[in-house]
Design a protein around this ligand. Structure first.
Ligand code: NAP
Length: 298
């Protein structure tokens, strides 16, 4: 339970709905900003007044998964207002107040450092990223099915990257009967791909490797799907780039070659916001409790 904890949820998408529901269920005092189109749904929650003394009570601030933009503005799909996370405002929070975000850009990292508040980028945590890979894979399957006219079974699929998302993708497409190869850069990852019964591709030597496939799934957040890779793909191939914006694909070149290439961010929030919100809520509630235990000891 989070009785006695004051938590502000600022902006976000459908994932935050489940998060707010859980925080209410666990008896936290919840303050909301950026949810004006939904206020009626959360009668227990309090409107966050950025000018008031509410700020001094906050144990945690939860930002949307994408965090802020480069100027500190926070977007939410349930409000037309952009909320600005300012240095002056954060300074009024108690010193132990933690800031949760999905991912943190340089602006947010610098801002948290300036005001000396702990910033927790949830997607950097293995537990969140691994749980989150489940809806990510389901969203990938949905898009692949929507954008191809052939079955996954029997298709030649290349997954680039064997991280938290790449591993779940490779395993799932293998289980569906695809012939899966995985692009990796270390010998240990190549050994893991082999152990999984799949075919490793050395990403340091792509120019001497055949990249011809029906479906190319990229999870590497650097430009790895370049012209030299794209020109090997047959015209019916689909490139699905899951890496964070701007992705790792030369989309212009793919377009020039007539290859369908899609950047597909935020899949958990699109295909399974309830599950994705619950994943965030479970971890955040544990961390808030841990944070307050440490606070009580010191
Ligand atoms: P991760 O665990 O860090 O995995 C990244 C993979 O990329 C690792 O295998 C890493 O190799 C490899 N890599 C990094 N730089 C490379 C380079 N220069 N050359 C070759 N390989 C390189 O990350 P993740 O959690 O799987 O997430 C992958 C991406 O998907 C991230 O950008 C994340 O933001 C995004 N994501 C998107 C969605 C969505 O809905 N589209 C959902 C979740 C995550 P090593 O292991 O050798 O370091």
């Amino acid at each position: 339970m989070l009785t006695g904890h004051h938590v502000a949820v600022i902006g976000g998408d459908a994932r935050q709905i489940e998060l707010i529901r859980k925080l209410n269920e666990w008896d936290a005092t919840v303050y909301l900003a950026g949810f004006d189109q939904l206020n009626e749904s959360f009668r227990e929650a309090i409107d966050l007044d950025l000018e008031s003394s509410q700020v001094e009570k906050l144990d945690a601030i939860i930002l949307p998964v994408p965090g802020t933009d480069g100027d500190g503005k926070i977007e939410g799909i349930f409000s037309n207002q952009l909320i600005h996370l300012s240095e002056e405002w954060l300074k009024q929070t108690p010193e132990h107040c933690q800031i949760y975000t999905g991912i943190a850009n340089d602006h947010l990292i610098n801002l948290a450092a300036k005001v000396n508040r702990k910033l927790i980028p949830l997607m950097d945590r293995d537990d969140v990223a691994i749980y989150n890979s489940i809806p990510t894979v389901e969203g990938t399957l949905m898009l692949v099915i929507q954008h191809t006219d052939f079955t996954i079974h029997g298709s030649k699929v290349i997954v680039l990257g064997l991280g938290r998302v790449g591993m779940s993708l490779a395993r799932t497409f293998d289980h569906l009967g695809a012939q899966v190869s995985v692009g990796v850069r270390s010998t240990s990852s190549a050994a893991r791909v082999y152990e999984m019964g799949l075919t490793p591709i050395d990403m340091k030597n792509l120019e001497n490797t055949s990249m011809a496939c029906d479906i190319l799934l990229n999870t590497v957040p650097h430009q790895v799907v370049d012209a030299s890779v794209i020109k090997q793909l047959p015209s019916h191939a689909l490139i699905l780039d899951l890496a964070s914006k701007p992705g790792g694909t030369d989309f212009k070149y793919a377009d020039k070659r007539g290859i369908k290439a899609l950047l597909a961010p935020g899949l958990p929030g699109i295909v399974a916001p309830k599950t994705a919100g619950r994943i965030i809520a479970d971890v955040v509630s544990r961390l808030i409790k841990e944070g307050s235990r440490k606070e009580n000891k010191s």
